[in-house]
Design a protein around this ligand. Structure first.
Ligand SMILES: [Zn+2]
Length: 292
């Protein structure tokens, strides 16, 4: 069974996580640019972070046989910080040209402020200009209203809805997203938001089309194996092998293929050569390099 995690922040995770993900069948991931838990005070911090998503982190994933792609964007929370918002938006075009970037994101609302709305609209325009899909974060507070505002903005912007993935859905937000042409993402967290069991119920109720599941694992309490764990829950509920692969591999791959920068043919078991270096640096600490 091949699996794909379309939303995971590996910068905050360990090599143990990469090993466990690869042995659970994850062959590819998308790492959205996001908020790091503490405000950045200058645009240079974003430039180095964006560069590391395209460089070191991509290399690290490859060392464990996982294909790494990323999305670039000014996250909603820091859209409210005038020290960085404008300069980051000006810097984005040069990163949106890069080959490993498969969408603009994650963008959208956090507190639903005017500054967030401006950054949101500006970045949808960038996505149109660069012919990229868009990954949209929905707020944790006032979620239903935030999702409705999000859908209204998507509609006003005129971007094709099949290029839009609206993430972090739950039972309350999903009906409106399903009624649109957008894709629906679901983040499975330990003890909160969405569980594997609730996800299975949503798939039974709404079907498999345009449905996507991720771990959204980051530096907080989260679990990078939530996609394989959802596969287990689907299997236990009677979904077939091909249904499971459709939701947990085919769907996210089809969504990000729209960027023209993710090729299904690259998502096979990759040879690993841990003797490789990235700018002179290795993931090893004196261990024997694994080659396969
Ligand atoms: Zn995220």
């Amino acid at each position: 069974m091949k699996l794909f995690d379309p939303h995971i922040h590996m910068t905050s995770r360990t090599t143990d996580d990469y090993e466990a993900m690869a042995s659970a069948g994850i062959v590819g991931i998308v790492e959205p640019a996001f908020w790091l838990g503490q405000p950045r005070t200058q645009v240079g911090s974003f430039i180095d972070y964006f560069s590391s998503l395209l460089g070191w982190e991509r290399f690290r994933a490859k060392q464990f046989g996982i294909a790494h792609y990323c999305t670039m964007g000014l996250n909603p929370k820091e859209a409210n910080d005038p020290r960085v918002a404008g300069p980051v938006l000006e810097t984005l075009p040069r990163f949106l040209q890069k080959d490993g970037v498969v969408a603009v994101g994650e963008i959208g609302f956090d507190d639903i402020t005017p500054a967030e709305e401006t950054a949101f609209l500006t970045q949808i325009e960038l996505a149109k200009q660069f012919k990229l899909p868009v990954l949209i974060h929905t707020p944790h507070r006032d979620k239903k209203h935030g999702t409705e505002r999000t859908l209204a903005i998507v509609r006003e912007s005129g971007i094709a809805e099949e290029l839009v993935l609206i993430d972090h859905n739950n039972e309350e937000t999903l009906p409106a997203v399903r009624a649109s042409g957008c894709w629906a993402g679901h983040s499975i967290y330990p003890d909160t938001k969405m569980t594997e069991a609730r996800m299975v119920q949503l798939l039974q109720r709404y079907g498999l089309e345009r449905m996507v599941v991720n771990s959204a694992a980051d530096w907080g309490k989260s679990d990078p194996l939530k996609v394989p764990k959802t596969a287990d829950a689907m299997r236990a509920a009677g979904f077939s092998h091909s249904d499971i692969e459709r939701v947990l591999f085919d769907n996210p791959v089809r969504f990000f293929e729209q960027s023209g920068r993710l090729r299904r043919a690259d998502l096979v078991e990759q040879p690993v050569d841990q003797s490789e270096l990235f700018e002179g640096n290795s993931v090893l600490r004196g261990q024997a390099p694994r080659r396969s």
